[in-house]
Design a protein around this ligand. Structure first.
Ligand code: FES
Length: 121
């Protein structure tokens, strides 16, 4: 890998190559001391969230079911937890299926074929 091609902003942490992710699936990764889930959606691009479902704490979100929903007249990417099917927005983390806690989400940028995640604050 040539790390000289991209001058990534300091607030971004390198995740993987975009082509490492299969469309319509998530992958688990270890980033900055925690498990995250990285997703390549069919129509909405790349997202990242905690791998831990806020409902029970189970580390399963990368194996969730990607989809979409209409919120305030706009289509948004979603992830359904594979265990009890709570549905979360991937752009905000809001739980759409109940009054449950939000899923922590992280911004993802694609630069030069590689994915970068916003570093935690
Ligand atoms: S563990 Fe995720 S909805 Fe129950």
């Amino acid at each position: 890998m040539n790390t000289q091609l991209i001058d990534a902003p300091a607030a971004l942490a390198e995740l993987c190559f975009a082509d490492d992710l299969e469309t319509g699936w998530g992958e688990a990764a270890w980033m900055e001391g925690r498990q995250i889930a990285v997703y390549r959606t069919e129509h909405f691009g790349f997202y990242a969230s905690s791998h831990r479902c806020p409902s029970t704490g189970a580390k399963v979100m990368a194996r969730g079911i990607l989809g979409d929903a209409t919120v305030d007249g706009r289509r948004v990417a979603t992830i359904a937890c594979p265990l009890h099917k709570e549905i979360y927005r991937l752009d905000t983390g809001d739980c759409l299926s109940s009054e449950g806690a939000a899923l922590p989400v992280f911004g993802v940028k694609e630069l030069g074929g590689r994915l970068w995640m916003e570093a935690s604050k």
